[in-house]
Design a binder for this molecule. Structure first.
Ligand SMILES: NC(=O)c1ccc[n+]([C@@H]2O[C@H](COP(=O)([O-])OP(=O)(O)OC[C@H]3O[C@@H](n4cnc5c(N)ncnc54)[C@H](OP(=O)(O)O)[C@@H]3O)[C@@H](O)[C@H]2O)c1
Length: 346
């Protein structure tokens, strides 16, 4: 090996390609593919060679720093603390930190990490699980945040029971596409609400009934559980659609508001809940390995399949976030990162 080869090998091990930014702003204005230092791992962490990374609304919030309160959650008040973006990943373990017991170098994993729109990412052991063998890396990367949110909504907050009538508002998106499938796997009768052009997708996910939010109303007035993922239907209207003792779980819903970004509905519902017979609430997803293992079980049993719309190269991260924002994604978008030389931005 020549001196030059040795130097370039050392350099490539110490640096990596990643989607980076140095300020908050619109994805097209602030994101670029650059060469940055590879992450260092600590105790209980793993270094993962990222094969694919999922795209979700949370990444858009972290890139834009909106609504503002998100900056107080450790992302940096004036400027972002972490230059590399991305949360979901599927890849191969390349190094393990002290105290890691469940994984070895070479294991295929999926879950959430730090700065996953990169060739290498740091991830905590307790936020990773073995990649489902039936999924490609691209499919697996579409699972973690969205499907964990849907699982916690159906199981923990909606407490969905067999035979219950469940309404999923926003059934064609990242979280909703999993919520429909998981609610079905819990034995519910599911009605999915989405735009007319995506109702075929919602049906294919297993929904018993579908409603176009532009033209239809919510049809019944006795849903046992409403999982509200998209749009911003007023809580008062949702309550009229819910049975007298039903449960409303507000998972999301975007507005252009820079201060609250739509969270006021969640706050209002939670404040009202103690005074009415219906249960009204919200939650923030807690990503964890145990729930990933539950999802793996559902995937292996054929009860949940990621609805992957498109796989784009890492260099198209800003385009992917724009597509998500425009509402032109059916299910999930995924970025392919380092599989066998794919996505080399030359
Ligand atoms: N609580 C948590 O921990 C948590 C975790 C993850 C995400 N979220 C939040 O959940 C929300 C959805 O995330 P996502 O990743 O699923 O987003 P997404 O993939 O963009 O999906 C949005 C969904 O909302 C639907 N929608 C849009 N306008 C609507 C309307 N007027 N009425 C009814 N439905 C409408 C969309 O339908 P069409 O595409 O057919 O128009 C789509 O199904 C976001 O606000 C996100 O921040 C919360």
């Amino acid at each position: 090996m020549t001196t030059h080869q040795a130097e370039s090998t050392a350099a490539s091990a110490a640096t990596m390609r990643a989607v980076v930014r140095d300020r908050y702003g619109a994805p097209a204005d602030v994101l670029r593919v650059g060469q940055v230092a590879a992450p260092e791992i600590g105790s209980g962490e793993l270094l993962v060679e990222v094969r694919a990374a999922g795209v979700d609304r949370g990444v858009w919030h972290v890139v834009t720093g909106l609504p503002y309160p998100i900056r107080l959650a450790g992302f940096g008040v004036r400027t972002p603390t972490d230059p590399v973006v991305g949360g979901d990943l599927a890849g191969v373990v390349r190094a393990v930190g002290s105290g890691v017991t469940r994984f070895r170098i070479g294991d295929e994993v999926y879950g959430t990490g730090h700065g996953t729109y990169a060739e290498l990412a740091r991830a905590a052991e307790d936020k990773l699980s073995a990649k489902p063998t039936t999924l490609t890396f691209e499919q697996a990367a579409a699972v973690p945040v969205s499907a964990t949110t849907a699982l916690q909504a159906v199981r923990d907050h909606g407490k969905v029971q067999p035979g219950q009538q469940v309404l999923v508002i926003g059934a064609s998106g990242g979280v909703g596409s999993y919520a429909v499938q998981i609610a079905k796997s819990y034995g519910a009768v599911v009605t999915g609400v989405a735009s007319g052009a995506k109702l075929d997708l919602v049906r294919s996910l297993g929904a018993d009934h579908v409603i176009d939010y532009a033209t239809g109303d919510h049809a019944r007035c006795d849903y046992d559980v409403i999982l509200d993922v998209g749009g911003n239907t007023p809580v008062a209207r949702l309550r009229k659609t819910l049975s007298r003792t039903g449960t409303l779980v507000i998972i999301g819903g975007e507005t252009a508001g820079r201060i609250l970004g739509g969270v006021q509905r969640q706050l209002g519902a939670s404040l009202l809940s103690p005074f009415v017979r219906q249960r009204l609430g919200t939650f923030v997803c807690k990503e964890n390995a145990t729930d990933l293992a539950v999802l793996t079980g559902l995937i292996d049993a054929g009860r949940v399949t990621p609805a992957v719309d498109r796989v784009l190269p890492l260099s198209s991260a800003n385009e992917a976030l724009q597509l998500l924002l425009e509402g032109s994604v059916r299910g999930k978008l995924v970025l392919t990162v380092s599989s066998a030389g794919a996505d080399r931005d030359s």
